[in-house]
Design a protein around this ligand. Structure first.
Ligand code: 3VV
Length: 250
């Protein structure tokens, strides 16, 4: 019975509205009989995932203002409907695997009820509040990020590891958007000035270049008005087969 249910699972990538990783290398995939939202769940969690990129009451007026600005850029101009905006807002879920088929490693992951690191605290505003907007034409993205009280490092300021987490997440999101399944191979960070805890910052990322399996992204973190530079980074992502995550190197 369990095996039958497992076969009906489909692998999801959290940052995209549509399932993108349809197949694990070496495993046969079946389309679920029901739509993902209606499919039987083998765990007790809601089958309708929460989109964390929606505004919530923990957001400061500044966070909301910057979000509204980029969200408006995503809208199609009503006077020129044939021209689609290059901007799009990415939805964000707290689990990358929702319905998946696979072997023992994958079922262990499910049993562990894995959650995305940046979205695993229920209390809104306590840790990472962020939304990523991608510009498809420019191969760039901007993330609006509000740090919460549980991310303190130096007194009153954001922990360097939390900043690195956000840089990895946003550069990785852009690299994944452009190149498909990837993993971080290298991340270089220069912390230029301390980031006040609770502040709203922008994480700007742009594609530098793609060489074979390597996608290079550059990143700058600034204040919301872009007058202050907090952090600079470069990141290298290497394209992988999804099987790489489950022990296969093919
Ligand atoms: C399916 C994934 C996506 C899931 C998304 C789910 C949705 C979730 C939603 C939202 C998330 C937002 C996004 C988050 C993103 C964060 C991602 C992470 O943090 S990943 C965790 C940290 N990273 C690791 O644990 C990697 C560990 N390392 C490895 O597995 C391997 O070393 C790997 C894959 C990086 C490369 O191994 P090889 O065997 O496949 O390939 P080789 O041949 O070694 O390298 C290929 C090329 O890359 C260069 N290279 C490799 N590592 C390098 C390095 N450290 N520095 C410079 N070059 C390197 C090599 O020299 C080679 O270059 P030449 O093609 O020959 O020119």
């Amino acid at each position: 019975m369990l095996r039958h249910m497992m076969r009906r699972l489909v692998l999801f990538q959290g940052q995209h509205q549509q399932p993108t990783f349809r197949a694990l290398r070496g495993t046969k995939m079946k389309t679920p009989r029901h739509s993902p939202g209606l499919a039987l769940s083998i765990w007790t969690l809601s089958s309708k995932p929460r989109d964390f990129s929606q505004p919530n009451s923990s957001w400061s007026p500044e966070m909301r203002k910057v979000y509204d600005h980029y969200n408006a850029l995503c809208a199609t101009d009503p006077e020129n409907e044939s021209e689609k905006s290059p901007w799009m807002k990415l939805p964000s879920y707290n689990r990358s695997i929702k319905y998946a088929t696979g072997g023992i490693h994958l079922s262990k992951l499910i049993q562990a009820e894995a959650r995305l690191f940046t979205r695993n605290v229920k209390e809104q505003g306590a840790t990472f509040e962020y939304v990523v907007f991608i510009n498809k034409e420019e191969k760039s993205c901007v993330c609006v990020f509000q740090s919460g009280r549980l991310l303190e490092g130096a007194p009153g300021h954001v922990h360097g590891g939390a900043i690195a987490t956000m840089i990895d997440t946003v550069t990785g999101t852009l690299a994944g958007f452009l190149s498909g399944p990837i993993m971080t191979a290298n991340l270089n960070i220069d912390y230029r000035s301390p980031m006040p805890l609770g502040s709203v910052v922008l994480i700007h990322c742009v594609l530098d270049r793609i060489e074979r399996r390597k996608t290079y992204i550059t990143c700058k973190v600034t204040s919301a008005d872009e007058s202050k530079l907090y952090t600079e980074a470069t990141a290298l992502f290497v394209s992988i087969s999804v099987g790489h995550l489950f022990g296969s190197r093919s």
